[in-house]
Design a protein around this ligand. Structure first.
Ligand code: IPM
Ligand code: MN
Length: 358
């Protein structure tokens, strides 16, 4: 029996509802044939925690994240809870992403069956790429450090050679184990960069092209972010793995989410050499909290990504295949805004009921 110790951070607003769904699915997955046991330990962190204790996460919880085998986190933050300088107070990116050096933010964008995409003419699986967002530098390295005064403000974008090299390598390694772009089956890494304007992006691009030579079997290309925003709407089937600076990845991963039924379908992983945590791409949606209509897919698919990361590949695939199946069969469906019209619980039950058959 393989034992895994997992830290659970339910998060704010819809976070706990989503987490309940993901935990139920994880428990069903380990019952159904998995030769493993997940020992979960719940920790509170985020905006509600900040309101109570004045910090978004305790040092003990950060330590628990380091010592655990992995971490499953719900959405945190609340636009109403801010620090005196106006920034959202309950966010954990600075502490966990930079603090644990989780340099790769991995965001799969995949069109599942039965999900309404605002784009016409795409079959299930016809959009299937991964945004690999650099997670520790770029523009957000300036998080909370902007300088200036009442008449001007500046935030600085930083790119370092080791930082760019490792994220680019991560993207090529990922492309090696994927099956290529849906439209032509070609394994491809696309670097998004604005080298026509900013020197930092010339630097990013040059390193990308240098590392690309180490992977001759994978097609390497570059695109400007403005063109990429158009291409991800007009020709998303062309993409396999995309690698980019932090701020660009933040924007384009949400754009991608918009093409596959919304962020409710978007899981994410924050991965470093020593630690990792998994979370939905979206925020904590205070407007629908407590209604039981939040789409738990992003959290459930994040749990599947986590299982894959800790080596429980079969169980991870089983969850993903089951999600595919319940959507294909029409067991569950979402409204045009991506909400689980039959309720969060019904989605979870449908997955658990079919988890045994796959
Ligand atoms: C995300 C979020 C965060 C980010 C915010 C809440 C700081 O938008 O995970 O994409 O920008 O990284
Ligand atoms: Mn974002």
């Amino acid at each position: 029996m393989r034992n895994h110790r997992i830290v659970i951070i339910p998060g704010d607003n819809i976070g706990p509802e989503l987490m309940e769904a993901a935990i139920d699915v994880l428990e069903a997955a380990q019952k159904g044939g998995g030769d493993f046991k997940i020992n979960m330990e719940t920790h509170q962190a985020g905006a509600a925690y900040y309101t109570e204790y004045g910090i978004p996460i305790s040092p003990e919880t950060v330590e628990a994240c380091r010592s655990a085998d992995s971490v499953l986190k719900g959405p945190v933050g609340d636009p109403a809870v801010r620090t005196p300088d106006g920034i959202e107070a309950g966010l954990l990116g600075g502490v966990l992403r930079s603090g644990l050096d989780l340099f790769a933010n991995v965001r799969p964008i995949k069109l599942y069956p039965g999900v309404t995409s605002p784009l016409r003419g795409f079959e299930p699986g016809g959009i299937d790429y991964v945004v690999v967002r650099e997670n520790t530098e770029g523009l957000y390295a300036s998080r909370g450090k902007g300088v200036g005064g009442p008449n001007a403000m500046a935030d600085t974008m930083i790119m370092t050679r080791p930082g760019v090299e490792r994220i680019v390598r991560f993207a090529f390694e990922l492309a090696q184990i994927r099956e290529g772009a849906p439209s032509d089956g070609v394994s491809r890494v696309t670097c998004v960069e604005k080298s026509n304007v900013l020197r930092s992006f010339v630097f990013f691009r040059d390193i990308f092209l240098e590392i690309a030579k180490e992977y001759p079997a994978i097609e390497a290309e570059t695109i400007y972010p403005d063109a990429a925003a158009q291409a991800l709407v007009m020709n998303p089937g062309h993409y396999d793995v995309m690698v980019m600076e932090n701020f660009l990845g933040d924007i384009l991963s949400d754009l991608g989410g918009g093409t596959i039924g919304g962020l409710g379908m978007c899981p994410g992983g924050n991965i470093g050499d020593d630690y990792a945590y998994f979370e939905p791409v979206h925020g904590s949606a205070p407007d629908i909290a407590g209604q039981g209509t939040a789409n738990p897919m992003s959290q459930i698919l994040s749990a599947a990504m986590m299982l894959h990361h800790i080596g429980e590949v079969a169980a991870s695939r089983r969850i993903e295949a089951t999600v595919w199946k319940v959507l294909e069969n029409g067991d569950i469906h979402f409204d045009e805004r991506g909400r689980a019209v039959q309720g969060t619980k019904r989605v979870t039950e449908a997955i658990i009921n079919r988890l045994g058959d796959s």
